[in-house]
Structures are given as structure tokens and as C-alpha cells.
Design a binder for this molecule. Structure first.
Ligand code: SAH
Length: 413
């Protein structure tokens, strides 16, 4: 039988005997948990010496003695010698100190759980049988995957401090939501959502999770940002866990910064789960590499609201790839201004509507034709516009297109 407990080792003396691979690895984990680690070994590995000089580890360079375990809260016997480990375990038992025996699980009084941490939850697995670390880790990983999948209701059941998590939901396909985002959603009492992004995930929420839709209404009037901020802060101050599910990445034309400011100003804890921005993810799904050695070595991401500003025109002139969000209306003006600056009218332009969804559509044109083609095809938001040689039709089908230049993308190959 064994009792799984969560030890708080912060600042507490833990003696690790044996500074080989196993002992050093254990010591490192204990350090992460904040323990005051003492490593005892007559001939420590280089790794152990490095740890002693870099981190707060006390290195005792001699054979272990009974006195070493004195005053320890926990002892780990991890020498390569079972007899020594057994002796260390016996000294520990005599002092009523828990001891992990690395060579013989049953020969100690404690076992370290293989664990995974999910926010404030730590899930641990120990075996009471013969040591079989790989098997224990496999079970740990299965449990961790399950917790992270979003299938487990992680909502807190007792009153607590509320908080806000901004989750980047990616361009729309629920498969592109980060695992940390799924975990945050599983812990949410309230989800504040937009029209864009992985809205299919909302169907999976338990029915008593409040969903506040601040996306554009049928009358096309978005909920004002102040009102969104007010909802986030209000729910969090009531002690609720609020997920702000956003399209793409929260900080790329997502007003995530404003929401963070509002939370901080109200003293509400706020964190961010980055997402795949549509600026990068949507072109990738449409087969457009934003950089390619010898073709485009930098990317300028901008919004249609900025119009044909100097930075965008300079980027086009310099051969950078330009990615335009919210750019359907501004497209004709930007194309005309770029051509007036001398950018080649044949420069490829691709427009990807509703990327990553079943309704995805890719329209190809050039600077010279984009305005007319977009209007003829009835291109509408949400769409990503990519301007640059990488946006040429069939670019990825033609290896010659783009492989001949020197290593000028900094990628070192
Ligand atoms: N924070 C978001 C951008 C929000 S601004 C992100 O990082 O992706 C809204 C604009 O994003 C839209 O007008 C459109 O240009 C772009 N967009 C978002 N999702 C898209 C999608 N699935 N397909 C094409 N464009 C998309």
C-alpha cells in the first residue's frame, strides 16, 4: 500500500546521495520544486559540478556518512550501489526521514510520483511494484493528455479568486487551438467569444457555462471594447474563471493588450495563451510559405486600416512579403499606390477567405489585377491578402522557383 501525498519541499533540506545520471536528474527536479538540495558523491559528474556552481546546490564531495541524512526532510538514495542505497535508507528510517531508494523501490520508504502539472493541479502516478519508470510515465502521459484534451471539467467548485485567460483560438479550425487553450476552456465558468476563431468549441462546453458573444451582431455593430472589458472584469471580480476566446492570436490585431490593461487596472489576474495568427496560419494552409530562401526573407504584417502607408509600400518595394488583415476594402488603394511607387504590376497577390474552414477559398491575382478580380469574385471578409512572389500560383509545385539563392534567410542552411 502507498499513500500519495503532495510534499511542499520549498526551502527544505533534501539530501540526494549519488550524483550520477539518476541522482543529478532527481536533484534538478527537486530544485525546480524549490528544495534546498544537498548532493553527496565522492566523484560527482561534470553535470553535477555545473549544477553546484550554477544553482543553489550544496555539493559534498566524499563518501556518504550517516550524519549526512541528519536534519533532512527527504533523502534520495541514488548511488549505483544497491548496498549503499540500502544503508542510506536504513539511516533515514532510524531518523524517521522518508527515503526514496532508486535501485530498489521496496527498499525505501517513499517513491517519487511521475507527475504532470495543469495550472494548480498536479497529477501523479506511483507504482508499488518493482520499479518500472517507463510504465509509470506512460500512465502519467495518458492522464496528462486526457486532462489537456479539454474533456475533463476543470472548473473550480469552491469560491476563489476570479481570473481572465485570453486564449488565441487560431483561424477557425478547432484542431488549431493550442492544447493550453483547451485546458483553459475546460476550466472556464464564462467564455467571452467573437465571431471569428474556433467557435465550434463552444458546442462542447457544459450547458451551465455562460457564453457571452461579443462578435458582431446581425446589424454589424460590434460590441464596444469598453463593454467587453467591463464583462471580463465584472465576471472575474465575481470569482469566476473567464476565458476570452479570440480569433488567431490575442495580440495580433486582437485588442488583447487593451483587455489585459483593463484587467490589471481592476486588479484582476490575467494570462494569455498565444494562438496561431491568421496572418501566418491561413497562408500556410493555402500553400503559401511567407518566407522562402532567395525569394522573400522578411514579412510585413499590417491591417487594411493602415492603408497604403509608407512602411507597407517600402516593404513591397524591398521584396518583402506583405500580409494584410482586414484588407478587402483597402486592397485596390494599396495596389494602386504600390504600382505608383514603381512596384511591378505583375507581383503576385493571393486572397484567402475563411482560411482553415470548409468554406476556404483562394483567389489569385497580381497587383495590377487584384482590385478587379476581387470585385468580380465577390471577395469578402474575413480574408487574408498576401502580396509577394511567394503568392504566385503553384509556387510550391515548382522547386526551381525558389531554391537557388545563397543562404540569406538567416536560417543557416
Ligand atoms: N487576432 C486575429 C486577427 C483579428 S482581425 C489573428 O491573429 O488572426 C480580423 C481579421 O483577421 C480578419 O479581417 C481577417 O483579415 C483575418 N482573419 C481571421 N481569421 C481568418 C480566417 N479564418 N481566414 C481569413 N482571414 C482571417
Amino acid at each position: 500500500m502507498t499513500t500519495l501525498v503532495g510534499l511542499d519541499l520549498a526551502g527544505r533540506r533534501v539530501v540526494v546521495v549519488g550524483a550520477g545520471v539518476v541522482g543529478t536528474r532527481r536533484a534538478r527536479r527537486l530544485l525546480e520544486d524549490g528544495a534546498w538540495v544537498v548532493l553527496v558523491d565522492p566523484s560527482p559528474s561534470d553535470d553535477a559540478r555545473r549544477m553546484a556552481s550554477d544553482d543553489d546546490v550544496e555539493l559534498v564531495e566524499r563518501a556518504v556518512e550517516a550524519a549526512d541524512v541528519e536534519g533532512a526532510w527527504l533523502v534520495v538514495a541514488a548511488t549505483g550501489h544497491p548496498a549503499v542505497n540500502a544503508e542510506v535508507a536504513a539511516w533515514s528510517v532510524a531518523r524517521r526521514t522518508w527515503c526514496v531508494n532508486a535501485s530498489d523501490g521496496r527498499g525505501g520508504t517513499a517513491r517519487v510520483a511521475a507527475s504532470s502539472t495543469h495550472d494548480d493541479l498536479t497529477v501523479g502516478v506511483v507504482s508499488t511494484g518493482d520499479p518500472d519508470p517507463r510504465r509509470v510515465a506512460t500512465v502519467r502521459d495518458a492522464l496528462a493528455d486526457h486532462v489537456r484534451s479539454g474533456a475533463v471539467d476543470l472548473r473550480r467548485q469552491r469560491t476563489r479568486r476570479g481570473r481572465v485567460v485570453l486564449v488565441g483560438g487560431g483561424p477557425g479550425d478547432p484542431g488549431l487551438v493550442p492544447v493550453a487553450g483547451l485546458e483553459a476552456l475546460a476550466a472556464a465558468d464564462v467564455v467571452v467569444t467573437d465571431r471569428l476563431g474556433a467557435t465550434a468549441l463552444l458546442d462542447r462546453l457544459p450547458p451551465d457555462v455562460e457564453v457571452v458573444d461579443v462578435g458582431k451582431t446581425p446589424t454589424h455593430h460590434p460590441v464596444p471594447q469598453d463593454e467587453i472589458n467591463r464583462v471580463l472584469v465584472d465576471r472575474a471580480l465575481r470569482g469566476l474563471t473567464v476565458v476570452r476566446l479570440k480569433g488567431g492570436d490575442p495580440y495580433v490585431f486582437g485588442r488583447g493588450g487593451e483587455e489585459v490593461h483593463a484587467c490589471r487596472a481592476a486588479g484582476v489576474e490575467v494570462s494569455v495563451v498565444p494562438g496561431i495568427t491568421s496572418a501566418f496560419g491561413v497562408p500556410a494552409l493555402a500553400g503559401i510559405p511567407l518566407t522562402q530562401r532567395g525569394v522573400a526573407t522578411s514579412v510585413h504584417v499590417t491591417s487594411g486600416h493602415a492603408g497604403a502607408d509608407a512602411a507597407t509600400l517600402a516593404s513591397l518595394a524591398a521584396g518583402a512579403t506583405v500580409v494584410l488583415l482586414m484588407g478587402v476594402a483597402a486592397l485596390p488603394g494599396i495596389c494602386a499606390a504600390a504600382m505608383a511607387e514603381g512596384v511591378d504590376a505583375d507581383l503576385p497577390v493571393a486572397v484567402v477567405e475563411r482560411g482553415s474552414t470548409v468554406e476556404e477559398r483562394v483567389t489569385r491575382a497580381t497587383l495590377g489585377t487584384a482590385a478587379e478580380v476581387a470585385s468580380r469574385e465577390g471577395v469578402r471578409a474575413p480574408a487574408i491578402v498576401v502580396m509577394g512572389r511567394v503568392a504566385a500560383p503553384g509556387f510550391l509545385d515548382d522547386p526551381v522557383c525558389a531554391t537557388t539563392a545563397p543562404d540569406d534567410d538567416g536560417a543557416g542552411r
